[in-house]
Structure formats: structure tokens, C-alpha cells
Write a protein that binds this ligand. Structure first.
Ligand code: COA
Length: 177
């Protein structure tokens, strides 16, 4: 990754005027528009929400969302956990470090909100570079064992995962995807 490629990227909170571009990014980056529609419904129904966009030359080219998740069956209830996703970068802008900038800035926002840990269901080769580990290590599960390799967690508040384990639930909107 070259330094000048990263320096042209601006990360900021998503604004209402970005919504149609964010829809397009998700619809083009994923195989269908299901994730794009998911983002639209989460935006109006879920809070707190962290929704960031990446701009290159004033064009919105990437998007990341974090939404609260709950853990069923945990020794400690009410832990502040967020789920990363969906995230997407326009295909022609991928591989330039834009996704990484979105993840890093998003995690920084999570810390400001007091988030204790962040989970993600995604590419097993991508998220470990940000410190994510298999959630199974901490007895955190999502749906079925088949998803174990793709379900990861990052502890933001040290020690959180000693007392937080069980079945992770995203907002019901995710079930529609
Ligand atoms: C995943 C995604 C957001 C990454 O954005 P990006 O701007 O290309 O990310 P970066 O430039 O920071 O990082 C690129 C790295 O991501 C890796 N990557 C991209 N897609 C990947 C995948 N499907 N599986 C594993 N790694 C992947 C690339 O191999 C590259 O690795 P390298 O740095 O070792 O060369 C982007 O590829 C995308 O929009 N994909 C389609 C939608 C998607 O899958 N979203 C994530 C759902 S979990």
C-alpha cells in the first residue's frame, strides 16, 4: 500500500445526502442488493449506530456500519458489544487501504462510545489484521458451528471477554439477509 493512496482518503460520519451513494456502494460490492437494503432499514430502526463513509476526491466510495449486539446466556449481562458490518468499498477502489481506514476509524468511534468488544462475521483472512480473533476462543457463538471460522471478536476493554460468553444476537433486521 503506498502512502499517497491513503492520504487522499477522508473518513467521516455518514450524512443524509450520502444515502443513495451508500446504497450503490453496498449493491455493487455485494452480489445482491440485500446488504444495501439492510443498511437502509438499520439506519431508521437501530441505535446507537456508527455509520461512516470514505471519500476520495469528494466521492463517497466506501461505507461501514456498527450496530449493537446482545449476548444470550452470558455470566455478565448488559455488556456493551457492537457488531461490525456490513462494510463495503466500490470494486474499483478496493485494495487501496480504504476498507482498513474505515475499520480503524470505526473501532476508534466504538471506543469513544464505551464499546467493550466488537464482533464481526466476515472474511477470516481480513479481520485478524485489526486484532480480531476467532470468537470461539471466548465461547462466543453465532448461529451454527459452521460459522465459527468466520465469526470473530476484538476486545476493546481488557478483560471483557472473561465474563462475556454465549450466543450473540444481531438486530432482527439481519435475519432478512
Ligand atoms: C472487504 C472490503 C470492504 C475490503 O475493502 P478494501 O478497501 O479493499 O480493503 P483494504 O484495501 O483495506 O484491504 C485489502 C485487503 O483485503 C483483502 N480482502 C478483500 N476481500 C477479501 C475477501 N473476500 N477475503 C479475504 N480478504 C479479502 C484483500 O486481499 C487485501 O489483502 P492485502 O492487503 O493482504 O492485499 C472490500 O473488498 C469489499 O467491499 N468487498 C465486498 C463486500 C464485502 O465482502 N464486505 C465485507 C463483508 S465481511
Amino acid at each position: 500500500m503506498r502512502a499517497e493512496e491513503v492520504s487522499t482518503v477522508l473518513i467521516r460520519d455518514e450524512e443524509q445526502a450520502d444515502h443513495s451513494q451508500v446504497f450503490e456502494i453496498n449493491a455493487r460490492a455485494f452480489e445482491t442488493d440485500l446488504e444495501a437494503k439492510l443498511v437502509e432499514s438499520l439506519r431508521v430502526r437501530v441505535e446507537p449506530l456508527i455509520s461512516l463513509v470514505a471519500l476520495v476526491d469528494e466521492r463517497v466510495v466506501g461505507h461501514i456500519l456498527f450496530t449493537p449486539v446482545t449476548v444470550e446466556g452470558s455470566a455478565r449481562s448488559g455488556a456493551a458489544l457492537m457488531g461490525l458490518g456490513p462494510m463495503a468499498v466500490l470494486p474499483e477502489y478496493q485494495g487501496r487501504g480504504i476498507g482498513s481506514r474505515l475499520v480503524e476509524e470505526g473501532l476508534a468511534r466504538c471506543r469513544v462510545l464505551g464499546t467493550e468488544a466488537v464482533v464481526v462475521l466476515g472474511h477470516a483472512d481480513y479481520y485478524p489484521r485489526f486484532g480480531f480473533e476467532p470468537a470461539k476462543r471466548y465461547a462466543l457463538r453465532y448461529k451454527s458451528e459452521e460459522l465459527d471460522p468466520y465469526f470473530m471478536v476484538l476486545e476493546l476493554e481488557p478483560g471483557t471477554l472473561k465474563s462475556v460468553s454465549g450466543d450473540v444476537h444481531y438486530s432482527p433486521e439481519f435475519e432478512e439477509v
